[in-house]
Ligand binder design. Structure first.
Ligand code: BDR
Ligand code: CA
Length: 303
């Protein structure tokens, strides 16, 4: 089973992504970052999800509360004041781990070089801090997959996708670190829309439906970025089956100075070797078949 470390800011679609990972991946750790909502809330949500999804003693380690160099940007208008919209989970009983997410990322990758896929589905602050503190994480990670960026459009503003916009300097450090960033941007995530048919397939899955249905519905109602997309689940799905996505090598530079374009991922497909594999097309039918199949399996385990 593929082993993954998930850096996240739950976040409605982060929750749906964690549920997908819980079904079919071995999660070796969850790290949290301030993003959609404050770090205290993203961590509380990750802890509640760990228990709701029966993830046992998978460590949950908080990291950066805000961007490396910028004022904080949040998205409660998308994810609600708690970060989980209308989803109400029992508060976690067990606490977060001690230490910082960046150190957890370093230590975990160092302990199993070449074996663990890092999936980052929030602002890239923790991953950048890990790279700055220990550049060898780039060699130790089996692969880095992110949900973030776009080569066509933004969602937080016309130019920038939220995760990159929230910490462009961190994103720039991560793209320039020397690994191939597998970028699942808005170009593909906005094609994975929760249609009424998909929503129907999320019903009847026991207590898992208590998470899936209100999460997907809330995101559907509130999202102003072109539809009820569950962006972060695409990054996890890619770890499960990279053939779901067509991806193209590219050079991605993060705009950090533009008056109107900060956080834009400037993507150059003219190169044969770049710093990224950029997803261009998602096989939407196969994506939903995989996601719903995984949720059904998880539902049988959870009861
Ligand atoms: C990304 O931003 C967040 O609001 C979502 O959780 C996702 O990671 C989409 O732009
Ligand atoms: Ca997220």
């Amino acid at each position: 089973m593929t082993r993954v470390l998930i850096d996240c800011d739950p976040g409605i679609d982060d929750a749906l992504a964690l549920a997908l990972a819980a079904s079919r991946l071995e999660i070796v750790g969850i790290t949290t970052v301030g993003g959609n909502v404050d770090l205290s809330l993203t961590t509380a949500n990750a802890l509640a999800l760990r228990e709701f999804l029966d993830l046992g003693d998978v460590p949950v380690t908080p990291g950066a509360a805000g961007a490396l160099m910028r004022k904080t940007v949040r998205a409660p208008h998308v994810h609600g004041d708690t970060g989980l919209g209308d989803v109400v989970l029992p508060p976690a009983v067990r606490p977060a781990s001690q230490g910082h997410a960046a150190d957890f990322i370093i230590e975990t990758l160092a302990a199993s070089p070449g074996e663990i896929t890092l999936i980052a589905i929030g602002p890239l602050t923790n991953v950048a801090l890990a790279v700055l503190r220990e550049p060898r994480v780039v060699e130790w990670a089996k692969q880095l997959i992110i949900m973030g960026g776009s080569f066509t459009r933004g969602n937080h503003n016309p130019a920038a996708e939220f995760n990159i916009l929230a910490d462009p300097e961190a994103a720039s450090i991560v793209f320039d670190a020397g690994w191939q960033v597998h970028m699942m941007g808005l170009d593909v995530t906005l094609t994975a829309l929760v249609t009424s048919e998909v929503l129907d397939r999320m019903r009847g899955l026991g207590r898992l439906s208590d998470l899936l249905v209100p999460a997907a519905q809330y995101y559907g109602v509130i999202s102003a970025d072109g539809g009820p997309a569950i962006h972060d689940a695409v990054a996890v799905a890619y770890a499960l089956d990279p053939t779901l996505v067509t991806s193209v090598p590219a050079r991605v530079d993060v705009e950090t100075k533009g008056a109107y374009t900060s956080g834009m991922t400037v993507t150059d497909f003219r190169v044969s070797q770049g710093n990224a594999q950029v997803a261009t097309v998602l096989d939407v039918k196969r994506f939903w078949d995989l996601v719903i199949g995984a949720y059904e399996e998880l539902a049988r385990r959870l009861g």
